[in-house]
Ligand binder design. Sequence first.
Ligand code: PLP
Length: 378
Amino acid sequence: MEKKDYELQDGLIRLWSTYIPERAGDAVKEILRSKWINTGSQEKLFREKVSQKFNIPHCVACTSGTAALRASYAAVGIGPGNEVVSTPYTFIATNTAILEQGAKPIFADIQYETLNIDPKSVESKITRKTKAIVCVHYGGLPCDMDELWEIGKKYNLPVIEDSAHALGSKYKGGYIGSRGDIITFSFQVIKIVNSGDGGIIATTCEEYYKKLKKLVWFGIDREEKKADLLDPLPEWIDMLGFKYNMNDITATLGIVGIDHFDIPFERRNQIGEQYRRELAGLRKIQLVKHAADRSSNYQIFPIHVEGRLDFAKFMRERGILVNVNNRRNDRYTIFGGLCELPNTARADEDVILIPLHADLSNDDVDKIIDAVQAYDRI
Ligand SMILES: *Cc1c(COP(=O)(O)O)cnc(C)c1O
């Protein structure tokens, strides 16, 4: 009989895990029993909880991080003929959502040391066709936001932060999402908090908020539905929207996830800090550079490794799964062909993830550290 993916990984230290709080099952059971599973009170509560916990002025909920990105791009008016300056070093969703809007991602180079977009390169890619700047807080490490916001202001361009990796990360004392134009989060299964699938669009701008609420449900703000005997919809629908609304089953999982956020967050932080202490100063391994004015939620733990394939084999022999998470997006023909991006090219050759998630035991963590150190010695 053919083996399932998870069976192949039996006994191995896995690269990913899905964190599901104990209470999730009962909470979903209650909401199923209530029979209201469409977008409703739980969706509203989920948005409120995210707003409160991370100090975010306005939150809109939707079906996924990708939907959040596309709705955000639509909200700032990205459309056919536009260019969007973006990072090539990310999961492809950041950039496929630009294509979905009929626009073209123009790739800026990254900083080799942080894997985040380089503001200097961003500025050099801006043309009259540029409609927005998109950055990704890679692995949970915040980008150089002051520099990016400054460029946004100078050229009158919104900065959209794909923060799928960065729920709970902090920049200069504030949570990601508490400042900035539009910030998107994902609640997909391997993210620090998951709702099965799901997304949150955060904004500090009232205008974007009003628009986004309509964009996620057919151009209608669901909270403006009337208690009309015949027709609950508003008189007019003046914009085209998506069908991206989050239902109450999803929202219930999200609520439980946010209520328990500190558990995976603290565990990830513990492991991440231990890796950074014990894997610092090696010969063949280089850690990502963390500036003192920001902190990562340790969504993933990328490292630069000399001899990446040998490293992967070495770790696999010790029962530890490692993986290249993302490839430079411009290698995929849908984006129009390879670009001249020296730092991206270097990172694309030597970055790999080692496991970091809430299900790792202390023993697992020790084994991983020992193995990485042993690789470094050969
Ligand atoms: C996970 C992820 C997304 C997409 O989120 P989904 O909820 O899976 O649609 C987008 N960007 C990055 C960087 C991601 O890691």
